[in-house]
Ligand binder design. Structure first.
Ligand SMILES: C[S@@+](CC[C@H](N)C(=O)[O-])C[C@H]1O[C@@H](n2cnc3c(N)ncnc32)[C@H](O)[C@@H]1O
Length: 285
C-alpha cells in the first residue's frame, strides 16, 4: 500500500531557517518537552491570560512511515497511563489520528498542544521566522493566535512586557549553532526582566553535558534562578552524535507543576529507553 503522507525523511521544502523540525517531530525531545508543557499548563488554578512562544514551528505534522517519532511518540502509543500530564499530551496526539489507528498519524507542535489545554480566553502570541512553517501554523490554528513572522528571541520579551496578567512563555530554538545557546540565555534574561512573575520555560537538547552545563553557568551569572529537569533515554557514555535526551529550565512554575513533571519521568523513561536504562536530573539553581 502506498504511503501518501508527508515523508519525514528525504527532501523537505526550502526554508528561511536552516532547520526543519519535521525531521525530528515526535522524537524523545518533543515527548519530554510537550509533557512538561502539559504539566505546567495543567497546574494553573486560574488560566494564564497570555501564552507566548519564541519559536513556534509548524504546529501540525503528518508522520510518514519512518522518522524519529518511531523512537518517541510511538513508544507511548496505547492505553492511558494514569498520569495526568502524560495522558493530556497523549489525548491531544491521539485525537489527530483515526480511531483505532495502530500508530500516530499526525503530531501536534507545542502551539496546538497549548491551545488544547488552555481556554479560548488565553491570548496566544507565537513567533515563527520561516514563512512556510508560519503558513502551516496559521492554518493549524485557524486564526486563533497572534502569529508573528519575526525573530522570537527579540519579540518574546516585548510581548511579555506588554502584558501585566499571569503569563507563560516558552523559548524553544532549534540549536543549529552554538550562538543559539547564548541567545536562549539572553532571551530568558530579557523575559525575566520584562515580566518577573511570568512562568518561563526554556527547552534544550542533550547530546552531551558540556553545553547544557555551560548554559546553566551562564544563567546563574545572569542571576537567573529556577529548576532544571532532564530526561535521558540514551546513556551519555555511548557518545552517539544523536539526541540522548533533553532538558527544560523552568522559572516561576505554578504550584504543583514540578511535582507533576517529576511524576511523569518514570512513566516516560522506560518506554523511551533505547539501551534498557533511563535517567533524570533535577537541579535547583
Ligand atoms: C524546534 S522548532 C520549534 C518546535 C515547536 N516549539 C514545538 O515544540 O512544536 C524551531 C522553529 O524555530 C524556527 N526559527 C528558527 N529561528 C527562529 C527565530 N529567530 N525566531 C523565530 N523562529 C525561528 C524554525 O523555523 C523552527 O520552525
Amino acid at each position: 500500500m502506498s504511503d501518501t503522507s508527508m515523508p519525514t525523511a528525504g527532501p523537505l521544502p526550502a526554508r528561511a531557517t536552516d532547520y526543519a523540525h519535521a525531521r525530528h517531530v515526535g522524537n524523545v525531545g518533543d515527548v519530554f518537552k510537550h509533557v512538561t508543557l502539559a504539566a505546567t499548563l495543567g497546574a494553573f488554578q486560574t488560566p494564564p491570560v497570555l501564552y507566548a512562544e519564541s519559536h513556534a514551528g509548524d504546529g501540525l505534522f503528518t508522520l510518514g512511515s519512518v522518522g524519529e517519532w518511531t523512537a518517541g511518540a510511538a513508544k507511548l502509543w496505547g492505553p492511558a497511563t494514569g498520569r495526568k500530564s502524560v495522558d493530556a499530551w497523549k489525548g491531544m496526539v491521539e485525537s489527530l489520528s483515526k480511531p483505532g489507528s495502530a500508530r500516530p498519524e499526525k503530531y501536534p507542535g507545542s502551539p496546538l498542544i497549548a491551545k488544547s489545554l488552555l481556554p479560548a480566553s488565553t491570548r496566544m502570541v507565537l513567533h515563527e521566522l520561516d514563512p512556510n512553517a508560519a503558513e502551516v501554523l496559521r492554518r493549524a490554528l485557524s486564526g486563533s493566535a497572534d502569529l508573528r513572522q519575526s525573530d522570537g528571541f527579540k519579540g518574546l520579551p516585548e510581548v511579555l512586557a506588554a502584558e501585566k496578567g499571569p503569563s507563560v512563555a516558552m523559548i524553544d530554538p532549534p540549536y543549529t549553532g552554538k550562538d543559539e545557546w547564548t541567545a536562549a540565555a539572553e532571551c530568558l534574561e530579557a523575559c525575566r526582566k520584562a515580566a518577573p512573575q511570568a512562568t518561563l520555560l526554556l527547552w534544550y537538547p542533550l547530546k552531551a553535558l558540556t553545553r547544557p552545563r555551560a548554559l546553566l553557568a551562564d544563567l546563574t551569572r545572569r542571576d537567573l534562578h529556577g529548576t532544571l529537569i532532564e530526561l535521558l533515554s540514551t546513556p551519555l557514555r555511548l557518545k552517539r552524535d544523536r539526541l540522548a535526551g533533553s532538558g527544560m529550565i523552568v522559572l516561576n512554575p505554578p504550584a504543583g507543576a514540578l511535582e507533576e513533571i517529576c511524576a511523569a519521568l518514570p512513566i516516560l523513561g522506560p518506554p523511551l529507553a533505547t539501551h534498557g536504562e533511563w535517567s533524570s536530573n533535577l537541579i535547583g539553581f
